[in-house]
Design a protein around this ligand. Structure first.
Ligand SMILES: CC(C)(COP(=O)(O)OP(=O)(O)OC[C@H]1O[C@@H](n2cnc3c(N)ncnc32)[C@H](O)[C@@H]1OP(=O)(O)O)[C@@H](O)C(=O)NCCC(=O)NCCS
Length: 139
């Protein structure tokens, strides 16, 4: 039997993206498509890396993804990001997605978590060493 999963009680990381889904983003059950949430998290993770490096990056892998709770139209969706492992050309970003329901009056809920990996590339699309840009990071 696996150990019970410990859920964070508050967001960890910095806000990289905030957005509100529309009816066009729903699935046949009336919830927001998992793929929509995944794509927002992918953008949030890429912004996290470019904010720290000022480099062109691409996603090489989604190492883990878990949908804890459904997202609904009108939820305020926020992706919180933090740096994980940093390699030579790649950076792992741990992403938590939280929603605020009912136009700020409702609870803050942890809906999705994932670990995405990005690779810095040059103009030709070849992996290039990650260079932390302290000026970019402080802007
Ligand atoms: C990302 C890409 C440039 C990597 O090219 P590659 O020739 O496979 O590069 P490498 O084998 O040298 O790996 C580059 C880095 O990615 C990491 N990596 C490669 N595959 C990985 C995987 N499945 N999971 C985690 N990290 C991975 C490597 O460990 C390496 O990291 P490091 O330098 O920090 O050790 C290339 O695969 C690509 O262009 N993929 C398409 C990207 C894309 O279109 N993404 C979606 C839209 S943004």
């Amino acid at each position: 039997m696996s150990a019970p999963e410990i859920q964070p009680t508050e967001p960890h990381g910095s806000i990289s993206l905030r957005i509100m889904p529309a009816p066009a983003d729903t699935n046949h059950l009336g919830n927001i498509f998992g793929g929509w949430v995944l794509s927002q998290m992918d953008v949030a993770g890429a912004l996290h890396v470019t904010n720290l490096t000022n480099q062109r990056v691409v996603t090489v892998a989604v190492e883990s993804m878990k949908f804890h709770k459904p997202v609904q139209v009108g939820d305020e969706v926020t992706c919180y990001t933090r740096t994980g492992r940093v390699g030579r050309t790649s950076m792992e970003v741990v992403i938590e997605t939280w929603v605020r329901k009912q136009y700020k009056k409702g609870p803050l809920l942890h809906v999705t978590s994932g670990t995405f990996v990005y690779v810095a590339i040059d103009e030709a699309g070849t992996p290039t060493p990650i260079k932390l840009d302290t000026e970019a990071a402080s802007r």
